[in-house]
Design a protein around this ligand. Structure first.
Ligand SMILES: CC(C)(COP(=O)(O)OP(=O)(O)OC[C@H]1O[C@@H](n2cnc3c(N)ncnc32)[C@H](O)[C@@H]1OP(=O)(O)O)[C@@H](O)C(=O)NCCC(=O)NCCS
Length: 221
């Protein structure tokens, strides 16, 4: 991992950090759409629409158009779901990293810097629903710098910080479509605790789930 420095966030990193977060999240759109296409409910809806329009319309054009519109609608719903999450994340913490992470006890925000450029981010805070643990958040690495061990180094930074603060474990949440992230966390020793659906109606009907992972630190030497 040559020329990579992990340091605390500074105000001048603000725009790059947000850009890394947004592009990292948007990478999950194609896999999310594929997930929707694989759902039995989607197959049923498309088949029923196609067959009923074929039976009533005189041409094949209308059923094809209707199916295309349904697929475009589903894609828009996914984009909306991600945009809502991105907007909430900006509002809740990424527009005020200093206040949310650096001025709070037991919280921090780090960036990975390569040749003066911010190429990775990670944060941790006491977990909202389990304050006895710290939660790893905002993990993202620029595409051009992937596969160099930057995310592993960021994971270790969070684990060391959590151990130094006397917490027994790090927890995190990731989505079912973030497969690179799942491999990373499992590689770093995180164990899957549970998988559960997002509360939003659209996420529920497409069976879009989050995965909770935990890294127990007592067991580490
Ligand atoms: C997940 C992510 C942070 C990994 O960043 P990275 O710097 O490329 O990861 P590393 O080089 O440190 O790889 C760490 C380990 O993760 C696993 N891994 C990461 N990307 C992988 C891939 N594409 N295929 C297979 N394994 C992968 C490997 O086990 C790897 O260890 P190894 O190289 O010793 O085999 C990066 O892909 C990313 O930013 N994705 C988009 C945003 C995102 O999903 N964030 C997580 C939200 S919870």
């Amino acid at each position: 991992m040559a020329n990579i420095e992990i340091r605390k966030y500074r105000d001048e990193d603000c725009e790059t950090v947000k850009e890394l977060f947004i592009s990292g999240m948007n990478e999950h759109l194609p896999l999310s759409f594929m997930h929707v296409l694989k759902q039995p409910l989607t197959h049923m809806l498309l088949m029923c629409t196609f067959c009923s329009l074929m039976a009533t319309a005189k041409s094949v054009l209308l059923p094809v158009l209707a199916v295309t519109l349904l697929l475009a609608g589903a894609r828009q719903m996914i984009v909306h779901m991600f945009n809502t999450y991105i907007e909430a994340s900006l509002k809740n913490d990424l527009n005020s990293i200093d206040e949310t992470y650096l001025k709070q006890r037991n919280s921090c925000f780090w960036v990975a810097e390569s040749d003066g450029q911010v190429v990775g981010t990670v944060a941790c805070v006491p977990a909202e629903n389990a304050p006895e643990f710290l939660e790893l958040k905002r993990m993202s690495v620029r595409r051009s710098h992937r596969g160099k061990g930057i995310a592993k180094a960021l994971c270790r930074t969070v684990a060391d910080f959590t151990r130094d603060r006397g917490y027994p474990a790090v927890i995190l949440y990731t989505s079912m479509v973030a497969t690179d992230a799942q491999r990373l966390y499992e590689h770093m020793g995180y164990k899957k605790i549970r998988q559960f659906p997002l509360p939003e109606f659209f996420a529920k009907i497409i069976n879009f789930t989050l995965i909770e992972y935990r890294l127990d630190l007592e067991k580490e030497k």
